[in-house]
Design a protein around this ligand. Structure first.
Ligand SMILES: Nc1nc2c(c(=O)[nH]1)N[C@H]1C(S)=C(S)[C@@H](COP(=O)(O)O)O[C@H]1N2
Ligand SMILES: [Mo]
Length: 260
C-alpha cells in the first residue's frame, strides 16, 4: 500500500527535479548554475521540512476509545432513509445487487460488491463523531481502509482528490444538485483511520447511518462522513462538480477542510 509519506515525498521530489531541470536550462555558466541549483536545493529543503510538518500533523491519529465509552444512543442526522426507488430496491434485496463503483483517475475501474469489500483487510475503530450542529457520539466502525481500495484501482498520476457520490438527495431539486456528495484529498484518503465502513457497533451498518457503506474520515467533522456510498471518483479537481466547493454542505457555505 502506498503510504501518504511516500506519495508526498515523491511529489516533493518531482517538484525538486522539475525545478533543477528548469534551472539547468536557464543557467548560462557552470558557476552561476551551481549557485542557482544550491539555492533551489536550500529552498526545497525548507519546503520539504514545512511540508512534512504539515503532513505529519495531518497524519496524527484521531483518539480511539474503548467499548465502555460507546454512546448508548448514536443519533442519526441528515438523510436517514434515501428517498428513491433505486435505493428501496437495493435495500429490499439486502444490498446483494449494490455495487460500489470506483472510477475517474484510476488504472483499473472497479465495481465492488459488499462481499468484495469484506474480502479486503478490515479495520475496526471506536471514535467520536462531532457534528457542527453541536452534538457528539462515540461509535465503533468496521470497514476497509480506503487506501486499499484505491490501490486495487491504481490511482493515476495527477490525482488529487477522492469524491464520494451518495444515493440520497438531501435537498429535492430539478437538476439533482441536492444530491449528497463529499470529497477529501489523498493525504486524508490514505490516513490509516480513513475507512469505508460496512459495520457499526458490531452489526451491519444500519440504514439510518448510511447502509450499506459510508465513509469514516476521523480527523474531520460529521458532514464529511458521507453515507449511502454509490460511487468513488478520483479526480484532479472538484470545481466541476455540482456547486464546485467539494461537497453538499460546502456548496452551502461550510468549510471544505473540516479538521478537528
Ligand atoms: N449521504 C449523506 N451523508 C451524510 C449526511 C447526509 O445527509 N447524507 N449527513 C452528514 C452529517 S451533517 C452528519 S453529522 C453525519 C451523520 O451521521 P449519522 O447519521 O450516522 O449520525 O452524516 C453526514 N453524512
Ligand atoms: Mo453534521
Amino acid at each position: 500500500m502506498m503510504k501518504p509519506t511516500q506519495f508526498s515525498r515523491r511529489r516533493l521530489l518531482m517538484g525538486l527535479t522539475a525545478g533543477v531541470g528548469t534551472m539547468a536550462l536557464a543557467g548560462c555558466d557552470g558557476l552561476a548554475q551551481n549557485a542557482q541549483v544550491d539555492g533551489v536545493l536550500r529552498q526545497t529543503e525548507k519546503l520539504t521540512l514545512r511540508g512534512q510538518r504539515l503532513l505529519f500533523g495531518r497524519q496524527a491519529l484521531a483518539q480511539e476509545f474503548s467499548e465502555a465509552d460507546l454512546s448508548p444512543v448514536f443519533r442519526a442526522n441528515g438523510t436517514q432513509m434515501p428517498d428513491s426507488d433505486a435505493y428501496a430496491r437495493l435495500l429490499e434485496h439486502g444490498f446483494a445487487d449494490w455495487r460500489l463503483q470506483v472510477d475517474g483517475l484510476v488504472q483499473r475501474p472497479q465495481r465492488l460488491s459488499l462481499a468484495d469489500l469484506r474480502r479486503f483487510a478490515s479495520r475496526t475503530q471506536i471514535t467520536r463523531h462531532d457534528c457542527v450542529e453541536g452534538w457528539s457520539a462515540i461509535g465503533q466502525w468496521q470497514g476497509v481502509p480506503l487506501g486499499l481500495v484505491l490501490d486495487a484501482a491504481g490511482v493515476r498520476p495527477g490525482a488529487r482528490y477522492v469524491v464520494f457520490h451518495c444515493a440520497d438527495e438531501l435537498e429535492r431539486t430539478l437538476d439533482g444538485s441536492g444530491r449528497y456528495y463529499e470529497s477529501i484529498d489523498l493525504v486524508d484518503a490514505y490516513h490509516p483511520q480513513t475507512i469505508l465502513a460496512y459495520g457499526m457497533n458490531g452489526k451491519d451498518l444500519p440504514v439510518a447511518h448510511g447502509a450499506p457503506l459510508r465513509l469514516r474520515v476521523e480527523r474531520q467533522l460529521g458532514y464529511k462522513q458521507a453515507k449511502y456510498l454509490m460511487r468513488i471518483e478520483v479526480v484532479d479537481a472538484y470545481s466541476g462538480l455540482w456547486g464546485g466547493k467539494g461537497g453538499f454542505w460546502e456548496d452551502r457555505g461550510y468549510e471544505w477542510y473540516a479538521g478537528i
